[in-house]
Ligand binder design. Structure first.
Ligand code: HEC
Ligand code: HEC
Length: 223
């Protein structure tokens, strides 16, 4: 790549497109890497502690205060990838780092299969008009908030305060995923709430895990 090509590419905007595209290609390539298949039954057994936070509707992270993310309906491949990022320090959250540190790749795949349940699919019609600052996001996260590949998280129905928190983390270095670090730099702070609001009202939506361990008498709720 010559410097001149780079300069003219940048001026015309071609370069930016090329970077975004190569990002897409390289993430989908990682997705195909060690195809660890998840076993939801095993994942259920491993998820007891997790449900103390992820199984409580409206549960908040303290200091700073924001909602714990919803996982039911998420892409399992993304859930496993996120857990690896907490384990490897590519996401800064301390509790999630210690939670993930005890898990093997196979455990993560199993937990992901259990938590995802039936992942949302991209057939729903978008709710409302995509606001201007969210237009660029829909090329990966879908106009209806369903990630168009299994590596792009579904945002439909996610808690808006968690979406804003995640964007701030990408923008300020707490999360290191290169695609989203680049994206978040382009988002103005005052637009984050508008974007979060749009994705959070998409239906069908992600949900808080049901809590099989606290139902009385039988196991049925956990199936
Ligand atoms: C003490 C509460 C708590 C416990 C226990 C907990 N989590 Fe979390 N989890 C959180 C919070 C808060 C976040 C958001 C962290 C951030 O800001 O990045 C999170 C984030 C996540 C994410 C990322 C979701 C996304 O949309 O990117 C996954 C996946 C996850 N947790 C899975 C688990 C699993 C699996 C366990 C059990 C092994 C677990 N968590 C235990 C509070 C908890
Ligand atoms: C080129 C594809 C692409 C585009 C465009 C894109 N994203 Fe992402 N987004 C991703 C990927 C990949 C991840 C997972 C990153 C990681 O592992 O932390 C992600 C993660 C996120 C998360 C964290 C979700 C969670 O559950 O923690 C949010 C929020 C988000 N993106 C919002 C946005 C917004 C808002 C825009 C537009 C300004 C946008 N994204 C544009 C690919 C993209």
């Amino acid at each position: 790549m010559t410097l001149q090509w780079l300069r003219s590419g940048m001026r015309s905007g071609v370069f930016v497109a090329a970077v975004v595209c190569s990002g897409v290609i390289s993430t989908s390539a990682t997705a195909q890497e060690p195809g660890t298949a998840g076993n939801a039954q095993k994942g259920k057994a491993l998820s007891y502690t997790c449900l103390g936070c992820h199984g409580v509707d409206g549960y908040k992270n303290a200091y700073p205060n924001y909602s714990v993310p919803e996982l039911e309906g998420q892409h399992p491949e993304y859930i496993a990838a996120a857990l690896k990022e907490y384990r490897d320090g590519d996401r800064a959250h301390l509790t999630m780092h210690s939670q993930a540190s005890t898990l093997s790749d196979q455990d993560m795949a199993d937990i992901a299969a259990y938590f995802a349940g039936k992942p949302l699919t991209a057939d729903a019609k978008p709710v409302g008009e995509v606001p201007e600052p969210a237009k660029i996001c829909t090329s990966c996260h879908g106009p209806n908030g369903v990630g168009i590949t299994t590596q792009y998280p579904t945002l439909a129905g996610q808690h808006p305060d968690y979406i804003v928190r995640a964007l701030q983390e990408y923008k300020h270095g707490g999360r290191k995923n290169p695609i989203m670090v680049g994206m978040a730099q382009t988002v103005k702070d005052e637009d984050m709430a508008v974007i979060a609001e749009y994705f959070s009202k998409q239906r069908p939506s992600l949900a808080t895990e049901s809590r099989p361990y606290t139902t009385f008498g039988h196991e049925a709720a956990g199936k």
